[in-house]
Design a protein around this ligand. Structure first.
Ligand code: ATR
Length: 286
């Protein structure tokens, strides 16, 4: 990679940011397509978010990804916000186009692309989504637009209800809300086709935990776990052992990054290159 006076700068802001996989994936993608872009990680404290966003304009960056805890707070300093990002009240991608800052959210689209590209169609399907946090919010809206039915289950049931009401209104579809107790999971999984875990259950160091007892899984239930640390969660292992289709959390990470790449460059993302870069890094760390 040769950095010159013409190199366009992209990056990610968050706090903490050291463990972000985005620089590895995005720089590999820029290099694969021989694009004169570079991608860096910036640790930005909550009190500096407005300065950081205004810095995109001041320094003429092409754009930024935004991660925890700034996905909501960046919105106040943008010029235009895409409708999906407005609905879920969260921006993870900023584009600087002629000094106007546009906000998008590629998390939900990334999850839907990850499912589709791995052979899991949403049209006509019933989906059970576990979680009602930031990631679940993005996924719920994107999935609700395409699937036939959606049930949102969360430990804090009132948050599941709030998310269900929000998405129901936005996607104009009835959304079921329930708790994450095994009885509720069982009842909702009975006639479902796809299960998505968007809780943090099973994440390192608690790798022996799963949000769904294995007895409730079936071979004809496609399972996506957005946890990618470990690379294969207990939920994914259990589902695989039963012969179910499993989509790894790395896939969502790759496709949200691919969608951001496409927003900045206007080119199709080299997904295979991004996957290889992310997996090589994660496998080295494991
Ligand atoms: P993210 O941005 O990754 O979505 P988050 O907004 O903190 O992170 O959301 C974490 C999700 O994991 C929430 O749905 C949370 O449930 P609560 O709303 O009840 O807190 C869920 N979660 C975290 N730890 C959990 C646990 N031990 N059991 C069940 N759900 C859990």
């Amino acid at each position: 990679m040769t950095i010159s006076g013409k190199t366009r700068v992209c990056g990610v802001i968050g706090d903490p940011i050291e463990h972000s996989l985005s620089p590895i994936m995005q720089n590999a993608a820029f290099q694969a397509l021989d694009l004169d872009y570079v991608y860096l990680a910036f640790k930005v404290k909550p009190s500096c978010v407005a300065d950081a966003v205004n810095g995109i304009r001041a320094l003429n960056f092409r754009g930024l990804n935004v991660t925890m805890p700034h996905k909501k707070s960046v919105m106040a300093n943008l010029d235009r916000i895409d409708l999906s990002a407005q609905i879920i009240d969260s921006v993870n991608t900023i584009l600087n186009k002629d000094n106007l800052l546009f906000g998008f959210n590629t998390d939900g689209v990334g999850a839907v692309r990850a499912l589709k590209e791995n052979g899991v169609a949403l049209k006509g399907r019933k989906v059970v989504l576990l979680g009602a946090g930031g990631a679940a919010r993005a996924i719920a809206y994107a999935v609700a637009k395409e699937a036939d039915e959606l049930a949102v289950l969360n430990r804090t049931a009132k948050d599941a209800q709030a998310l269900a009401r929000l998405v129901e209104k936005a996607a104009n579809k009835r959304i079921v809300a329930a708790s994450i107790e095994p009885e509720d999971i069982d009842a909702n999984l009975q006639d479902s086709d796809i299960l998505i875990n968007a809780t943090s259950v099973g994440m390192k160091p608690r790798i022996d935990e799963t949000p769904v007892p294995i007895e409730l899984l079936r071979s004809n239930l496609a399972v996506m776990d957005i946890v990618y640390n470990p690379l294969e969660t207990k939920l994914a292992k259990d589902a695989k052992a039963l012969g179910a289709k499993v989509v790894s959390g790395v896939e969502m990470l790759i496709y949200q990054g691919a969608s951001s790449f496409e927003i900045w460059t206007g080119k199709s993302a080299p997904v295979e290159v991004m996957r290889k870069a992310a997996l090589t890094h994660l496998e080295k760390k494991a």
